[in-house]
Ligand binder design. Structure first.
Ligand SMILES: [Fe+2]
Length: 83
């Protein structure tokens, strides 16, 4: 996984936080892909499968947000401020 700085100079916690944020971006991107495919698919059965998968990606994204909240106090505070 490429980093902006030398990996050996980074704290292990920083690396895990970055793994979580990159994973969150990938989950959000997957939601967008599924949504576009749902809107373009012609078969209703396929649309249902894709919608199910899209919603699972939303669950994955929520799990990562919760992990970030638990492991980054500033993130947690900002979510509380905007709840
Ligand atoms: Fe996922």
């Amino acid at each position: 996984m490429p980093y902006f700085e030398k990996e050996e100079n980074l704290d292990p916690k920083t690396l895990d936080l970055e793994r979580a944020s990159k994973s969150l971006r990938e989950e959000l991107e997957a939601i967008d892909y599924y949504q576009e495919r749902i809107e373009n698919a012609k078969d209703e059965g396929l649309k249902k499968i894709l919608a199910h998968n899209r919603d699972e990606e939303k669950e994955h994204a929520a799990m990562l947000v919760e992990w970030l909240r638990k492991n980054d106090p500033v993130f947690d505070q900002k979510f509380k401020e905007h709840d």
